[in-house]
Design a protein around this ligand. Structure first.
Ligand code: ATP
Ligand code: LTN
Length: 334
């Protein structure tokens, strides 16, 4: 009997600086789930092009993100790590999926609306069709499971709808992918504006803690985090700044909200901030030193990219050929 593992896929855009939000919502869960699944982790550079990038920075960031994935605990020997543009099949399948996606369903995407507001001078068509490329990333590898933060739920719904629609129009081709959204940490909030989510390309660096921030920077950012004018420490969603700091503390200490609230009962906000700062610095320290070691070794990193692209292309090509055949494209005569 074959005991084939299910397929897990996820990705992060190489924009800005990987932050503790990306870690809590995505990376941490990738690390925890990697053994159980046949996993593919993407650096989605084509997605990052939907907002303006500086070419040399984008290039360096892809390698830096790769090293950070590994430093966080992704095992490159057991999983596939790949840069999206190294597998042209993603863009090819996205084209086919574009033809079964309606203008209306993309218009409803909240990320498109948010990013259009934020980048009102660059509302490009790529930003609009972004969720179709994401669906392609998932479906091209026949993924069963997709660990993401809460902000990606709507995009995942689209991927599920498109898989179902294609299967219905032609015949069974894609599994319907399941989202994995963690119970705690699915939506880490901005430190200065806790009513919006933490984002790694926020123009205000005080809004996020980068995984590679120096200890004094981490401590300072947490100290300055916006809370409220109350004094008691309780978990209340209506006090988003405080709730966010408590959530971060539970994630970094691997405890529950109740335990964290119990621990800080009767203490002051300043105490919470200083303990959280220390905990965060200690948590990130081993990852940072691992990163500093790996990033030096370009030969090692390039080898991972070569192997990753080869494994991924093989799988992607198989799906794409099947899709092309089903929709009636003529295979190149041999
Ligand atoms: P950008 O600011 O560059 O648009 P981002 O920080 O929103 O980026 P993405 O590359 O869009 O990050 O997302 C990578 C992963 O991190 C996704 O799974 C996403 O859901 C998750 N994620 C992003 N922000 C948060 C957050 N604040 N809390 C939890 N998870 C998050
Ligand atoms: N849209 C995602 C990044 C992303 C992704 C994916 C996540 C692109 N392709 C495939 C999971 C699976 C975001 O976080 N903005």
């Amino acid at each position: 009997m074959t005991n084939k593992k299910k397929i897990l896929l996820s990705g992060i855009q190489p924009s800005g600086q990987l932050c503790i939000g990306n870690y809590a919502g995505a990376l941490k869960n990738w690390v925890n789930l990697q053994e159980e699944y046949d996993s593919i982790f993407l650096i989605v550079d084509l997605h990052a092009l939907t907002v303006k990038q500086i070419p040399s920075e984008l290039r360096n960031r892809c390698l830096s993100f790769l090293a950070q994935y590994i430093a966080c605990g992704i095992n490159p020997d057991k999983n596939t790590i790949v840069i999206q543009s190294h597998v042209p099949e993603h863009a090819e399948l996205a084209w086919v999926l574009n033809t079964i996606t309606s203008f209306g369903e993309l218009s409803r995407m909240t990320q498109f609306k948010d990013k259009s507001k934020k980048h009102s001078n660059n509302i490009n068509v790529g930003l609009f069709t972004y969720p179709v490329l994401m669906a392609s990333d998932i479906l091209i590898y026949q993924a069963d499971m997709v660990p993401v933060g809460a902000d990606q739920k709507q995009h995942l719904e689209l991927a599920r709808d498109l898989a179902g629609r294609f299967n219905h129009n032609y015949s069974d081709t894609f599994p319907i992918p399941e989202p994995f959204i963690p119970k705690s940490g699915a939506r880490i909030m901005s430190l200065q504006e806790p009513e919006k989510k933490m984002s790694k390309s926020d123009e205000n660096v005080n809004n996020y803690i980068a995984l590679l921030d120096a200890p004094d920077v981490i401590i300072k950012k947490i100290k300055r985090a916006v809370t409220d004018s109350n004094t008691d420490i309780v978990y209340d969603e209506k006090r988003p700044g405080l709730a966010n700091l408590l959530t971060l503390y539970t994630i970094l200490t691997n405890t529950t909200i109740d335990e964290t609230v119990g621990h800080f009962k009767g203490k002051m906000y300043s105490q919470l901030k200083s303990e959280l700062g220390e905990v965060c610095v200690e948590y990130l320290k081993p990852m940072q030193s691992e990163y500093n070691r790996i990033i030096q070794d370009k030969v090692y990193l390039n080898e991972i990219l070569k192997v990753g692209a080869e494994k991924a292309r093989y799988k992607a090509r198989r799906t794409l050929s099947k899709v092309y055949r089903k929709i009636g494209l003529v295979p190149l005569p041999r």
